[in-house]
Design a binder for this molecule. Sequence first.
Ligand code: ZN
Length: 76
Amino acid sequence: MTIKVKCPQCGKETEYSEKNPWRPFCCERCKIIDLGAWANGDYVIAGKPIEGDDDLDISSESLAKGKLHSKEKISR
Ligand SMILES: [Zn+2]
């Protein structure tokens, strides 16, 4: 009996067994893409619910501060 799972990256059905070293992904490429997305913080932004204007103001303010900070770093 083989357990099949859907690859979290591309949605392709893949075998969840010792034969598949990239499980639950279908291949090495999908695993690397997914790990890269985590490293870039895509999942953090995607998983963060934006509700209410107050939250939006805080996040945009902190974003602007972060941009200014990175600009300072570059100019120095
Ligand atoms: Zn895949």
